[in-house]
Design a protein. Structure first.
Length: 192
């Protein structure tokens, strides 16, 4: 058993069928498909997933949830943000799996999926571990994937995610230091 947070083991030590490496501030994400004896790595774009069909499905699910009869209407409305999060997660996962050729209507044959959200401070500290995990995974589950190519792709995605985070931090800091920012405050202020 490999003790690596990015290796993608399920709680019982089993390996997942599909692993998703999502970079929240990028349009691209990595998919490692381990179904069967042949591993495949794909670089997908969010635009492939979040298309018109995705939004129609999301709207339908949310509309149904919003209008469903409930004995406790205030509790129902209060819980809508949590329900919306669950709906978005389910519809997005279904959309990704459909792009991978999975029949999402057959609950018996749904693959085990592990999702890694690659962002924040851990991204900078563990980017080498992420790359080495991918290398070990592809070596352990051979397929038609060029390991060096995918190491370069994941390195690029890590760099781009870090750059976006730095740009956002700089922008937020600049806005916070403006006098009219609601995020900036002082202990005293002389308005004369």
């Amino acid at each position: 058993m490999i003790d690596d947070p990015f290796y993608g083991q399920l709680p019982d030590g089993e390996r997942p069928d599909i692993m998703l490496y999502i970079f929240p501030h990028l349009k691209e994400f990595l998919v490692v498909d381990l179904r069967g004896d042949y591993s495949e790595v794909l670089l997908m774009n969010a635009e492939e997933v979040f298309d018109g069909e995705f939004f129609r499905g999301l709207e339908h699910e949310f509309s149904s949830t919003l209008r469903e009869g409930n004995v406790y209407p205030f509790a129902h409305i209060i819980n809508l943000p949590l329900r919306l999060e669950e709906i978005v997660r389910n519809v997005a996962m279904s959309s990704i799996l459909e792009r991978l050729g999975v029949d999402t209507f057959d609950d018996e044959d749904l693959p085990a999926v592990v999702v890694f959200i690659i962002s924040g401070g851990a991204l900078a500290m563990h980017s080498d571990k992420l790359i080495s995990s991918l290398r070990e995974l592809l070596n352990a589950h051979p397929g038609g994937s060029d390991i060096a190519q995918w190491e370069n792709v994941i390195s690029r995605l890590v760099r781009e995610e870090n750059q976006v985070l730095q740009d956002l931090s700089y922008k937020e800091l600049t806005e916070a230091l403006r006098d009219d920012s609601p995020d900036y405050f002082t202990l005293w202020e002389n308005r004369n």
